[in-house]
Write a protein that binds this ligand. Sequence first.
Ligand code: G3I
Length: 347
Amino acid sequence: EQTLRALGERHRLYIGTAVDMAALNDANDPQYRALVGSEFSTVTAENVMKWESLEPTRGTYNWGPADQLIDFARQNRQLVRGHVLVWQNQLPSWLTSGVANGTIGTEELRGLLRNHITNVVTHFKGKIWQWDVVNEAVSDPWDSPPAIHLKGFWAQQLGAGYIADAFRWARAADSKALLFYNDYNIEAFGARDSSDKTQFVYDMVKQLRDNRVPIDGVGSQGHLGTQYGNYDAFAVADALNQFSSLGLATAFTEVDARSQMTAGVQAGDSNEINPRVQASAFNYSVLLQACLSNRHCLSFTVWGFTDKHSWVPTWFTNPPEGLATLYDENYQPKKAYQTVKADLVYA
Ligand code: G3I
C-alpha cells in the first residue's frame, strides 16, 4: 500500500499534518506516532511553537517540546513548518496582562516582538522549511466594525507596520527559511464569507512584495465545513494562481472539513454512505486538486489527521461539530483519506 507521502513525492508535493505533542508522546497511543511518521513528509507543531508555549515566563524559553518535534522530523526525513511567530492568540499572559495594566508600553512591546522573532527563528535556524511569520491578521465579515480591517492585538498596539517589520526581522535571523503569511477564509475570491478577505490579503501581500518586504509565500489554511456548501475547484485554483502570480509560493496549511453532529451523525462515524462523510471527503479533494494544479503549491498540510485528536470537537460545541479529519477515532482511514489518495494517484 502506498502512503500519502510517497504518492505526494510523485508530484513533488509535501503532505503534512499538525502534530499534537501529547499524542505523539503517549505510549498508550502508538498508532498516532506511527502514522505521523509513515504518512506525512512535513509536520507542523499544533501548539508547541506558539509564544505562550515557548516563553511561558518572561525571559525563560521552554524549547523542549518543539525540539522534540524537530528531532522526530529529522528521524523521519520530514520538513518542518514553523507555526507561528506573530499571532494574537496563545500569547503568554505576562505579555497580555503587562500591556493591559500599562507596565509594558508600546516601544517595549515592539522590542519584545522583535526579540521574540529573532530568538525563535535563530534557535530553529536551518531546521525550519517554512515559517508562518504572521497569522490571521485580517478581520472577518462577522467582526466589528464590519468593514474589513487589520484586526487583533498587534495591529491595535503597534499599527499596520508590524507586519513588514515581522518579515524583515525573521529574514534577518534566517535567510533560508521560506516566510509565509497564513490565514483562513482566503481559499477563493468571491466566495461566501471570504470575498473581501481574500482580496484584502491579496492587496496586502502585493504591497509587501512591491515594497520589497521579504515574504515568500501565502498559506491558505483550508478549515472547511460541510454545512457551508462546496467551493468550486476552479475558483480555489484561481486564488492560488493569483497569489503565485505575485511571485509567491502557496500552500494549504491547516486543512480539515468538519460537520455538524446532527441526527444520524455520530462521533466515530466513518460510514461513507453518510452524506457528511462524503461531503467532507469532497472538500479535501477540491483543495488538493487546486494545489496539484498550481506548480507553486509546495505542501498540503492537514490540521490533525485523526478524529481522535482534532481541535474541532473541543472548539465547536454548540452545535457540536466533528468528523473533520482523514482517519476516524480508531485510526481507520475514512472516505476523505481514500479520496486524497486517489487524487494523488490519478493527478
Ligand atoms: O495546554 C493546556 C492544558 O495545560 C490545559 O489543561 C488545557 C485545558 O483546557 O488546555 C490546554 O491548552 C489548550 C491548547 O489548545 C493545547 O491543547 C487550549 O486550551 C486550547 O485553546 C488550544 O487550542 C488550540 C487553538 O489553536 C488555540 O488558539 C488548538 O489546539 C489548535 O489546533 C488551534 O490551532 C489554530 C492554529 O494555530 C491557527 N489557525 C486556526 C487553528 C484552529 O483554531
